[in-house]
Design a protein around this ligand. Sequence first.
Ligand SMILES: Nc1ncnc2c1ncn2[C@@H]1O[C@H](COP(=O)(O)OP(=O)(O)OP(=O)(O)O)[C@@H](O)[C@H]1O
Length: 257
Amino acid sequence: MDLIADHISHRFGALEVLDKVSFTVASGEVVAIVGPSGCGKSTLLSILGGLLRPSEGGAELRGAPPADSLNPLTFVFQDFALLPWCTVEANVEFPLVHTGLGITERRAVVDDALRRTGLSDFRGAYPKQLSGGMRQRVGIARALAVRPAILLMDEPLSALDSQTRELLMEDFIRLLADGAMGAVYVTHNLEEAVRLADRVVVLSRRPGRVREVVTIPMTRDERGGSDARGKLLTLQDQLWSLIRDEAIDAEREVQHA
Ligand SMILES: Nc1ncnc2c1ncn2[C@@H]1O[C@H](COP(=O)(O)OP(=O)(O)OP(=O)(O)O)[C@@H](O)[C@H]1O
């Protein structure tokens, strides 16, 4: 199943946020969205996920969803968005409650999502008992439970310390390895973009336009090797050189606001 962003423009009142943004996320592909602060990355993700209707253009899914998918497009949030009064297991089960799945099937789906995220031993814990990294794993398990075709991720690692971030990146790489699931990955962090994405869409300063689409010419497995480090740093530099001047302008604008 492909996701097509087709000339998406958006305004909040007089504020022009996005201008004719077009790109495609092919089945199983990971596309990172980067750009200066306030260029409309989160707005774009909301539009892709159907939470916000764009002023012009639109997002479209093409092709059949995976046979057992309950929700082809599923969000993973920066702040995890867990229900604090529910256990890990109940949080993961939550999106399945009104799906018509029987209790046995629901249990099987939850078990599978917990296993894939390394949470089986924490099913009875409450979010407040868990570290940030484990909480985000719950957020990911909850997303996996609906068997999405495409994950929509808004800065999913930015609330975490650098070691935890590294571990979760490894988790993502494992989860994406079979190519059954794609992702749109909004991030400020260019290291995450070059480690995880097949392609990186670079947006200009607001109103966000597609400035360039950079293909990462290595498999995700190859990127884990120590000899890949230099190439990844070069790609990071390439992305930064596309963003830097506008990031400085955007930063000044924020400070003067
Ligand atoms: N609901 C809203 N109403 C009015 N303005 C909004 C709304 N949501 C976002 N904006 C404004 O739209 C612009 C784009 O916001 P958005 O959060 O999409 O950018 P971003 O690129 O994700 O930002 P950042 O990099 O800082 O996370 C910003 O100027 C923001 O203040």
